[in-house]
Design a protein around this ligand. Structure first.
Ligand code: SF4
Length: 528
């Protein structure tokens, strides 16, 4: 592609490497010019207020001392800074507003966990209306329940997933525990660490029932089996297994999936005493559609020469909006609108995230990009724009949102469809069409000349297609950069080992020099 130069002078720091000195936190905050540094500081204060309010609750303090994973939240501020390197103007605002709300959402879920937890506050009345819901799911089966009657509790999110954003070493202990109990080391560290947390008895215990899903893969089914045994036999929490078909694009599996969704809903009604409410469901279906329209509009902007909302914040925001929320929190509708307005303004004013754009890149494969500032780094170091990522290429279909007798039946199919298209498994499972063929379609739509391929070494479904990707990228003249990692186990691939794979491709194959050589190698292994 032609190089696009930023027509504006970028205020503030030009060499980002000066911020890193090998410590846990950076040497100082990034200088972005007065206006943007001031804005960044107000968002820092906002996060301090969220955390301050959290810690003033004595039950949260009790939880802090009971659960090992809570210590990772000491790194929240750095976790946020990791995703704002080099950002200015609308990009800085979009990243803060989206990511700050993800943090606020996780904070609320910790509060809810501790409120019902038998070891912390033990609010039995609250707990009996809670449903432990697998984090690797769309939570669509909760869309028709009022929160006060049946509330989804995604306890893995604060325990494993979000904690890992703030501290890359957060699950090492749990992986070791799982392996001590005989689980092999080549299992994906995500389900393996969840199994380890359960073995270590470090999950909050609450709720009248639980729903597990077979998304995403055999690894997560292994973890779920162990977790379900503990839930049912030790804590008396009955657990439903919601099964999404493997070949989820085939017509003949949809009926089975819809029937299973009906059974999951009946199970929740039976154990919580809640009643499915169609008004609530269709209002939330409208919210899901609204979120799909806004995400597609953001992708349309990203297909132009001036993309606006991308990177880890885009991906994490989509994860939270589809899976954790799935239409249930009306604030996401407002926030989607606000973020799109900012992106449209940025596009009109031709705002750029960096000094120049050299390559337009689709990020594919299962990503560890939450524990490392990789996507923003690629941009600032090499001028490679990560237009979108695999996990953000989720549902594009509108679901039924008017309450009619036919749509009440259609709704089960729609919820099943959402569940089947959960953000990771909709690509890692479903065959080569969804994993390989559609990637090239996205490259064309987004006008990309490069694919950065996260190769998660424990994700067999994806690794099996290595040769197919190679062959087809070559035929299409797309630069394919393989970047190997082991998700949340940084002992296998450290942050610099991950970056080095990208560096050597850019130097040896592309024969390019970095935009900012001070960040080609970063001493950030000890950083939060
Ligand atoms: S990354 Fe791959 S192996 Fe790990 S949970 Fe997802 S689908 Fe399974």
């Amino acid at each position: 592609m032609d190089i696009i130069k930023n027509p504006r002078k970028r205020d503030g720091e030009q060499q980002l490497g000066v911020l890193y000195d090998g410590g846990k936190v950076r040497r100082r905050r990034e200088w972005r010019g007065f206006k943007d540094t001031f804005f960044d500081y107000t968002r820092w204060l906002y996060l301090v207020s969220v955390l301050g309010k959290f810690i003033m609750n004595p039950y949260n303090v009790k939880g802090f001392f009971r659960y090992r994973w809570m210590a990772n939240y000491l790194g929240v501020m750095h976790g946020m800074d990791k995703f704002t390197i080099g950002l200015r103007d609308e990009a800085l605002r979009i990243t803060h507003y989206s990511f700050n709300y993800v943090i606020a959402d996780v904070t609320q879920s910790i509060v809810n966990c501790f409120r019902g937890d038998r070891r912390i506050r033990n609010d039995e009345e609250f707990s009996k209306h809670c449903v432990l819901t697998d984090e690797n799911a769309m939570t669509a089966q909760m869309m028709g329940f009022k929160a006060e009657e049946a509330r989804a509790i995604l306890r893995e999110v604060p325990t494993m997933f979000a904690a890992n954003i703030f501290n890359q070493n957060s699950v090492i202990h749990y992986i070791d525990v799982a392996q001590q109990y005989g689980i092999p080391g080549d299992v994906c560290p995500m389900p393996e660490s969840e199994a380890g947390i359960s073995i270590d008895d470090d999950f909050c215990v609450l709720g009248s029932c639980a729903v597990q899903v077979n998304t995403t893969c055999d690894g997560s089914m292994m973890g779920n089996g162990l977790i379900a045994k503990r839930l049912e036999r030790e804590y008396g929490i009955p657990t439903f297994q919601l099964t999404a078909p493997l070949r989820h694009r085939e017509e003949d599996v949809q009926k089975y999936a819809a029937e299973d969704m009906k059974k999951a809903i009946a199970f929740i009604e039976e154990h919580t005493g809640a009643k499915w409410d169609w008004d609530t469901y269709f209002q939330r279906a409208k919210n899901v559609n609204d979120c799909t329209r806004k995400r597609m509009a953001q992708l349309d902007i990203n297909a132009t020469p001036y993309p606006q909302f991308f990177g880890a914040a885009f991906s994490l925001y989509n994860d939270t909006n589809y899976m954790g929320n799935c239409g249930r929190d009306p604030y996401f509708v407002k926030l989607d609108k606000k973020l799109l307005k900012l992106a449209e303004k940025g596009y009109r004013e031709k705002r750029m995230y960096a000094r120049e754009y050299r390559h337009r890149c689709i990020v594919w494969g299962v990503q560890p990009q939450y524990i490392i500032d990789m996507l923003y780094w690629m941009l600032q170091c090499w001028g490679v724009v990560p237009l979108t990522d695999m996990l953000s290429m989720v549902n594009t279909r509108m679901i039924a949102e008017e309450d009619t007798p036919e749509n009440r039946e259609q709704a089960y199919y729609d919820m099943a469809w959402l569940n089947e298209n959960m953000i990771m498994r909709n690509r890692t499972h479903g065959g080569y069409e969804v994993l390989v063929d559609e990637l090239w379609e996205f490259c064309e739509q987004m006008n990309a000349d490069m694919v950065m391929m996260w190769e998660h070494m424990s994700c067999k479904a994806l690794d099996g297609m290595h040769g197919q990707f190679e062959e087809q990228a070559r035929e299409r003249g797309i630069h394919l950069v393989w970047v190997c990692h082991d998700l949340c186990d940084p002992r296998v691939y450290s942050r610099q080992a991950i970056r080095d794979q990208f560096n050597s491709y850019m130097r040896t194959v592309m024969r390019e020099e970095p935009l900012d050589p001070t960040i080609e190698v970063l001493p950030d292994e000890n950083a939060w």
